[in-house]
Structure formats: structure tokens, C-alpha cells
Design a protein around this ligand. Sequence first.
Ligand SMILES: [Fe+2]
Length: 487
Amino acid sequence: MSVDFSHNPIFSGPFAHSFRAEVDIHDCEVEGELPADLDGAFYRVQPDFIYPPTYANDVPFNGDGHVSMFRFDHGHVDFKCRYVRTQRYKAQTQARRALYGTYRNRATDDPGVRHLSGGTANTNLIFHAGRLFALKEDSPPVLMDPNTLETLDDYYTFGGRLKSETFSAHPKIDYATGEMFNICYEAKGNGTTDVCFVGIDKTGELNWEAWIKVPYAGMLHDFAITEHYIAFLVIPMAVNMEQMRKGGVHFAWDSTLPTWFGVLRRGGDGSDLRYFKGPERSATHVMNSFCDGTRIYADMDMSQGNQFPFFPMLHEQFDFKRAAGRLTRVSVDLSKSAETYDMEVLYPEIGVLPRTDERYWGHPYNVGFMPVTDLSKRLDDTLTGNTGLVLNTWTRFDHNTHKSTSFYVGNTSSLQECQFIPRSQNAPEGSGYLVGLANRHVEQRSDLLILDAEQLDAGPIATVKLPIKLRNGVHGHYVPGNLLAEK
Ligand SMILES: [Fe+2]
């Protein structure tokens, strides 16, 4: 059986091919001047099918985790990319064909791999207590060497302390205490309403867990921490067992379901969990969150309806207007007996994948960043093949002044997620660099852009010009060089 991606609709338009390569570039070509004080590694991961999907209705989120590292070294940068050697990657490359079926539906997998992890490690990376985690929300983490990108452990359970079958791709670190927290949903298997919250101390020991139930099983992609609380939004991207029995993907959007904002005490046993009800909404990412006394705030990329055009809709057609996310502040006051949560749209910009100065994770903050779609500057769809909203702008939001500043990438390129890097560990909030990938659709290449995070409208101060075109990634993470040297 030849390896042929050409018949699958996932591989069309600007991304007609899976990338599949593992590349090293020593001393990348750079336009402009890389900041001399930039020393560390920017990691990002893209879903990148090593073999063509076996199901025509599969989704891009089912690709194999392929990690890129840009290692900054005082004015120079080296590039490296490697597949994560997941159990799935190893089984499929050995067999020289796809053995796994459609997205998170184990019944569609080859019976010979059903005892193996289905994790693809394709969503996010995070560095904590000297370990680099490659993450997918349906499985335990995979550990990678932060310098070589060699896979060190394809099923890491914190020495057996992780009882959940899953571990989300959006852990949060409270840098005031060094603790890392995470949400683990469908924790007792596909379709289960069991959710486990875990805490890992600054030495890497998993030393807290709290088990709760959600009103219905669905995608709990991200969550929020504050100094005293943990919060999460249950959205109608519900697990659909009937669809899975017919060989379909894991989720479907059920607009008849309400949203629920759940809040529990950080470090407690989960028995204090309270739910607050809301209308049909979607929000997949939290910019940041904090508490002020008994009131909890979580800023999210909230939309009225489903944000993922490739997941089935149970009751209506996908609607790009209802899919448009806007930075929205969700809040509740725990001292009140209200049964609903409050929502305030903070800015008019349409975007997804909000980020912040992560030193402020879980604490009051003023600065955030988000890739947005400037509708007045739409990219020609014939270039991108994209029928949705193209991210063409990175925007900085200042909640103090309620002002935003932006960088627009031009009409022949599109942007991926952006990541903030502080100028130094003691730099003021939001003082540093904003980095991320631009897809150059005419040249069929990717560039890594480095901007002064306080002057986005001035454009990149340096552009790392890659001779290759990477696929659209999901998330990235930056690690200062002194932490890498320690290991
Ligand atoms: Fe995410």
C-alpha cells in the first residue's frame, strides 16, 4: 500500500501535504536583528499525520504530534523538529500504515493497537520541574528531552500517581508557588462524566487530586486557576456515543445543551463545587483568570456557537458568525446565591487562542495577546483555500487602558498562535517579545516573527526565514535558557 495523502479532504489547498520531515537547521537565516538578550527555547507543536487518515471524515486534530524548537542563543537561532515517539507513532511506523481510526474513537482502531495509548501528543507543550511535557487531552503526558527533542517516556503517570486516564493540554503554573495544575476530563474513559483536577508541586510530585462530576461529558479543553479557586466551562461540544458507534468522531455540537461554569476550591476535595448556568456558548481558551475576594474572573475567547467547523452539528448548519470568538470576561461571586454566571464582552476584535504574560497566570493582570481576524483585510481565499476566518493580525490588549494595538501580517500571509516572552524574569508585565509563525502562502514557506510586545504596530524586529512550510500548529511554550541549562 503506497503512502498517498491526495484523496483525503484534510489535505487540500495550502496544506496539500503532510509535512512528515524531521529537520535540523543550524544558525537559521534571519532578517533584522535578533535581540541579544533572547536566550531560550520556543517550542510549538503541529498535528502532522505520519500516515493518511483511514476515515474520510477524520479531523485535523487527529494528526501525529510534531514538535518544533527554535533555540535562541544571544543573536542566533537554531531550528529542530521531531515527531513525538508516541505509542501510536511507533506502532504505525513499524507497520508502515495507519492503524488508528478516526478521532478519539478507539472502536475504529485496528484491534492490534487497542491496548496501546491513543495519544498523539499534538496539542501543547509545557515545561515544569525540569520536564518538557508533550500533551493531548485524551491521554497522559509524553516526556521529551528539552534540548534534543528525544522522546523519554511515552506514557508518563507521575510515578503512578496520575489515576486519571487523561491529562489536558492546558496545565497552568502558578509561578508564585511553582505549582502546576491541570484538568483531566473523561478521566475514567470515553464518555465518562468523571473529571479529575490534579496539582503537581514545584519538584514535580503529583500531590493533589480532586474528583468531580460534570453535567454531561464534553470537551473541557482548557480551565482557569486563581489564587484560591479553579474554574472551568462545560460547553455543548458533547461526546456523542451514538455517532461513535456508527464510526464517527468523538464530539458533536448539541445546541440544546446549556453551558455550565464550575468553580471549586483549589486544594480542596471537590465537595464545594458549584455550577452556574449559561446559554449556548463556546469558549475553548482562557487568556487569564484571577479572583478578587469571593468574585472569580476568567477571560475567554467566547463565541455564541460551535468554533470547530469540522465537528458535526446535531441540529443546525455551522455558522461562521456564531463561531466568531471575542474576548469575554466570565465571572461569578461566590458570596451570592445566583444560579447563573455573568458575561461581559471586553473588546470587539474577533479571535481565538488568547495568551498572556504567563508569569501572571492565576493572578490579577492587565496585558493579553490574541491572534485575530481583521475582516477589513481578508486574505484571498484562493491563496489559503480557507473557507473560515483567517488569522491575519496579532493584537495586544491592555485592560487598564482598554486599548489594543495590532500587527497585521499582510494579504498573502496568515498567522498562527503567538507567544509572549518576558524581556527578563523581572521585567514589567507585558515588556518583552511576541513570537509566532507566519505562513507565507505565495512563497510556500514559514517565518518565525519576533516583535517588540510593546510596539506591535512597528512590525517584526527580526524574522527567522525557514526554507520549509510548517503546518498550522496548535500551541507553543517558551522556556528560558537558564532552566534548560540546569538539566
Ligand atoms: Fe488549546
